[in-house]
Design a protein around this ligand. Structure first.
Ligand SMILES: N[C@@H]1[C@@H](O)[C@H](O)[C@@H](COP(=O)(O)O)O[C@@H]1O
Length: 245
C-alpha cells in the first residue's frame, strides 16, 4: 500500500483527481470503477474542471460504478445514478451507454447481479477503482460480514450505514434497506485501487483497515492483499494510525 498524506479534504481531492487524470490521459480507453458518497465530490469537481478546459477527454473511457440502492430508479434524487450524473457524467463526455451502474429497480437480484458481473467481465475488469470508505470500513456496500462476499450481490445495509446515509434523505425511514454492490472480487481484480478518506469519522476505519488484521469484519482490510493500492487520506483521517505510517 502506498499512503499519501493530504493536508485536508481539498488537498486529498486534488491528489486523487491527478491520479485519475493521469490514468485517463495515459490510457483513454480506461475502465474506471467509480464511487459515490461525499468524499469523491471534490475529486469529480477537478475532473469536470479539467475536462471543461479541454485538458481531459473521457470520450473513449468506460465507467462501472460500485453500487446502487435497491428500489430507487435512476431518476430518484438520492439514487447513485442521479448522483453520478449531477457530479460527473452530465459535465464530461463519457458516453452514456458506457457508464454503468446496477439497476436498483430490478427486483430479481440473481438476474441483476449476474448482468452486472457480465458487464465487468466483458470490459476485462477495472483499470482504476476509486473507493471511499464507510465508518465501519465498508467499501462499495460490502458491509462487515462473516466472509468476504465475492461477486455482485444484494446487501442488507447495516444500521450504522443507514444512519450515516440518512443525511441525504428526508428521514431515516426513507433510506433504502437494501442495495446492489459490486463484490470484493471485482474490486480486488482491479489493476489499481485508489481509496480516499477525509475527516475524523474515518480515522478508526483507516486504522483498522490498513494497520490491523485482514478480516471480513473490516471489509477494506482485504485491500492489504492487493498489490497496487494507493490510499490518500487527510490528517484527520490518519489521526489514529501509527506515527511511522
Ligand atoms: N456506498 C457508499 C460508499 O461507496 C461510500 O464510500 C460510503 C462513504 O460515504 P462518504 O464518502 O459520504 O463518507 O458511503 C456509501 O455507503
Amino acid at each position: 500500500m502506498r499512503l499519501i498524506r493530504a493536508k485536508n479534504y481539498d488537498d486529498m481531492s486534488l491528489k486523487a483527481a491527478n491520479i485519475i487524470a493521469a490514468q485517463v490521459s495515459l490510457n483513454p480507453k480506461s475502465v474506471l470503477g467509480l464511487a459515490t458518497g461525499s468524499t469523491p465530490i471534490g475529486t469529480y469537481r477537478h475532473l469536470v474542471e479539467w475536462y471543461q478546459k479541454g485538458e481531459l477527454d473521457f470520450g473513449k473511457a468506460v465507467s462501472i460504478n460500485l453500487d446502487e440502492y435497491c428500489g430507487l430508479s435512476g431518476e430518484h434524487p438520492q439514487s447513485y445514478r442521479r448522483f453520478m450524473r449531477e457530479n460527473l457524467f452530465d459535465h464530461i463526455n463519457i458516453p452514456a451507454d458506457r457508464s454503468f451502474l446496477p439497476d436498483g429497480t430490478q427486483t430479481d437480484s440473481v438476474l441483476e447481479c449476474a448482468r452486472y458481473d457480465r458487464i465487468i467481465e466483458e470490459h476485462n475488469g477495472i483499470d482504476l477503482q476509486l473507493l471511499g470508505i464507510g465508518r465501519n470500513a465498508h467499501i462499495g456496500f460490502n458491509e462487515p460480514d462473516s466472509c468476504f462476499a465475492c461477486g455482485t450481490h444484494q446487501v442488507i445495509l447495516t444500521e450504522s450505514t443507514i444512519a450515516a446515509n440518512t443525511r441525504f434523505f428526508e428521514d431515516e425511514a426513507q433510506v433504502p434497506r437494501k442495495a446492489y454492490s459490486m463484490g470484493m472480487q471485482a474490486i480486488m481484480q482491479a489493476k489499481r485501487v485508489l481509496l480516499i478518506a477525509s475527516g475524523a469519522d474515518k480515522a478508526e476505519a483507516i486504522r483498522n483497515s490498513f494497520f490491523g488484521p485482514v478480516t471480513p469484519q473490516v471489509p477494506a482490510s482485504i485491500l492489504q492483499l492487493h498489490r497496487d493500492v494507493i490510499v490518500i487520506a487527510d490528517e484527520a483521517a490518519l489521526a489514529d494510525c501509527p506515527a511511522e505510517a
